[in-house]
Design a binder for this molecule. Structure first.
Ligand code: UDX
Length: 461
C-alpha cells in the first residue's frame, strides 16, 4: 500500500478521502494549514459533522494509519501520492478562486523529497491540471519528477463515506498513463468502473455531472410550478417519469431548491467558464435563476396567505442545506429567513444539528429546542430541510399550538389532504391536484393485482 499525503486534509473532502484511504490499508498523513483544525483532529475532535467519520478517524488513527500535521515536510516524507483537496471558493463573478490550489502546488513542489504523483481532488476550472503542472515544474528541485492526475470527487455530504467506498465510477485524467494507473490501484478494491482520460476531460466530467444534477432539480421545480397552476401533483408526476429507465427516480424531488458547497459554486463556475470563452450558457443561467425563484416563491406564498408579513411570526423548520449535515453553505433557509425578516416577520427556528453553525451567520432569530417550540404561537410553519424527524411530527399538536395554521411544505414531506383535514392551510411545491378528492399517492399495480381485481369484479352480483 502506498503512502498518501492529503493537502487540505482537515477539510470536508480531504478528511473523508484521507480517512477512507487509511481504512483501505494505506498510510495517510492529512496536512492542513489550519492549526486549530489539526490540533482538534489530533485530539480526535472533527471540524465537521459527517455520519460515521468520527469512528473511521478514531479507528485509523489508533491503528497508526492516519495522522495529522500542519507540516508539508512531514506529510510529504516518503509520500508516493500527494492529493490536493483544498477549498476553491467562488469569486465575485462565479469564477473559482484558485489561490489555495496555487499555494498547495507550489508548496508540494518546494517540499517534496522524492518523486510524487500529484492528484487533484478539488473541483477546479478546466485547464487547472495543466496549470498545476506548470507551477510544480517551476518550483521543483531539478532531480525530482512528478505527474499530475485529476481525480474529481463525487461525495455527497451526509453519505460521504458510503459514496467513497461504493462509488458509481472513478474518474482519472492525466497525460501520464502510468501515473493514472498507479492512482487506479488505490481504488481497485472498490470494484468500481475506472474511467481513464485526459486532464481536461476529467475536470469537465465533474462540472458537467454537478450541473446536470442541478439542472434536473431546477427542471423538476419548473414543472412543479406548472403543476400548481394546472392541477397536477408533482410527486406523482415524478413517480410516473422515474419508471422510464432513461430518466430514473433520483434527483427529481421538487422543493425549495439546491444549495450546499458544490452545486451553486460549480454551476456558476461552469457558466462563467463558458461565458469567458465566448459561449452563451443559457440553460445554466436558467438553472440558477429557477433555483433563486424557489426561495422567493416561499415568501410569496406566505405573503398571499398571511397578507402582510409585518409583525407575523414564521417558524422555519430546518436550516442545513439538506438533512444529515450541519453545513449552512448556500442553504435555502438563509435566503428565505433574510427575505422574511426584510418584510418584518419574526423568525423562530429549529434544526436538529445545524443551529450552532447557523448562529454564526443568522442573527436576530429565535433558536428553539424543538419543532414544537418553534411552531408554538407562530402564524406559519415552513419546512425547509427534509430531516427525517420532521416527517413524523405530531401535526395535530402543532396545529393546536399555532396562532394561524399556515403550512408551507418546502420539501413535500406531508400529504396535502391529511394536512387540510387537520385544519392547516397547506401549500407544498407543485402539489396542485384537486384536494377535494381522495388524495391517494401514485400506486404501482402489478399484473397479479389486476387479475385478482378482475376476478373479484366478475363475482360481484
Ligand atoms: C453534491 C453532489 O451530489 C456530489 O456528487 C458532489 O461531489 C458535491 O455536490 P452535496 O452538495 O453533498 O453533493 O448534496 P446533494 O445530496 O447532491 O444535494 C444537493 C442539493 O440538492 C441539496 O440542497 C438537496 O436538498 C437538493 N436536492 C437534491 C433537491 O432539491 N432535490 C433532489 O431531488 C435532490
Amino acid at each position: 500500500m502506498g503512502k498518501i499525503c492529503v493537502i487540505g486534509g482537515g477539510g470536508y473532502v480531504g478528511l473523508t478521502t484521507g480517512a477512507c484511504f487509511a481504512d483501505l490499508g494505506n498510510d495517510v498523513v492529512c496536512v492542513d494549514i489550519d492549526e486549530a483544525k489539526i490540533a482538534g483532529l489530533k485530539r480526535g475532535k472533527l471540524p465537521i459533522y459527517e455520519p460515521g467519520l468520527q469512528e473511521l478517524v478514531e479507528r485509523n488513527a489508533k491503528m497508526e494509519r492516519l495522522s495529522f500535521t500542519t507540516s508539508y515536510d512531514q506529510g510529504l516524507k516518503n509520500a508516493e501520492f500527494a492529493f490536493i483537496a483544498v477549498d476553491t471558493p467562488s469569486g465575485s463573478e462565479g469564477e473559482a478562486d484558485l489561490k489555495y490550489v496555487r499555494i498547495a502546488a507550489q508548496t508540494i513542489a518546494e517540499r517534496m523529497s522524492g518523486s510524487v504523483i500529484i492528484v487533484n481532488k478539488s473541483t477546479v476550472p478546466i485547464g487547472t491540471g495543466d496549470w498545476v503542472a506548470e507551477i510544480v515544474q517551476e518550483h521543483i528541485k531539478p532531480d525530482l519528477v512528478f505527474s499530475v492526475v485529476s481525480n474529481p470527487e463525487f461525495l455527497r455530504e451526509g453519505s460521504a463515506i458510503n459514496d467513497f467506498l461504493h462509488p458509481d465510477r472513478i474518474v482519472l485524467g492525466s497525460t501520464d498513463r502510468q501515473a493514472a494507473e498507479k492512482v487506479a490501484q488505490l481504488y481497485l478494491s472498490l470494484r468500481a468502473p475506472i474511467i481513464v482520460t485526459d486532464l481536461r476531460t476529467a475536470e469537465m466530467i465533474k462540472y458537467a455531472s454537478n450541473a446536470y444534477l442541478a439542472n434536473r432539480i431546477s427542471f423538476i421545480n419548473e414543472i412543479a410550478s406548472i403543476c400548481e397552476q394546472l392541477g397536477a401533483d408533482i410527486k406523482e408526476v415524478t413517480v410516473g417519469m422515474g419508471y422510464d429507465k432513461r430518466i430514473g427516480h433520483a434527483y427529481l424531488d421538487a422543493g425549495v431548491g439546491w444549495g450546499g458547497s458544490c452545486f451553486p459554486k460549480d454551476v456558476k463556475a461552469l457558466a462563467h467558464m463558458a461565458a469567458i470563452h465566448g459561449r452563451n450558457p443559457q440553460l445554466l443561467r436558467a438553472v440558477i435563476e429557477i433555483n433563486r425563484d424557489q426561495r422567493r416563491r416561499v415568501v410569496q406564498s406566505l405573503r398571499e396567505l398571511l397578507g402582510t408579513l409585518h409583525t407575523k411570526t414564521v417558524a422555519v423548520l430546518g436550516l442545513a442545506f439538506k438533512p444529515n449535515t450541519d453545513d449552512m453553505r448556500e442553504a435555502p433557509a438563509v435566503e428565505i429567513i433574510h427575505l422574511l425578516k426584510n418584510e418584518g416577520a419574526s423568525i423562530k427556528t429549529f434544526d436538529p444539528v445545524a443551529m450552532e453553525r447557523a448562529g454564526e451567520i443568522l442573527t436576530g432569530v429565535t433558536y428553539c429546542e424543538d419543532a414544537y417550540e418553534a411552531a408554538e404561537g407562530s402564524d406559519a410553519l415552513v419546512i425547509v430541510t427534509d430531516w427525517n424527524e420532521f416527517k413524523h411530527l405530531d401535526m395535530a399538536r402543532i396545529r393546536e399550538s399555532m396562532a394561524q395554521a399556515v403550512l408551507i411544505d418546502g420539501r413535500n414531506i406531508y400529504e396535502p389532504k391529511l394536512m387540510q383535514d387537520l385544519g392547516f392551510v397547506y401549500r407544498g411545491i407543485g402539489r396542485g391536484y384537486d384536494t377535494s378528492g381522495p388524495g391517494q399517492s401514485a400506486e404501482v399495480l402489478n399484473a397479479g393485482q389486476l387479475e385478482e381485481s378482475e376476478i373479484a369484479g366478475d363475482e360481484a352480483p
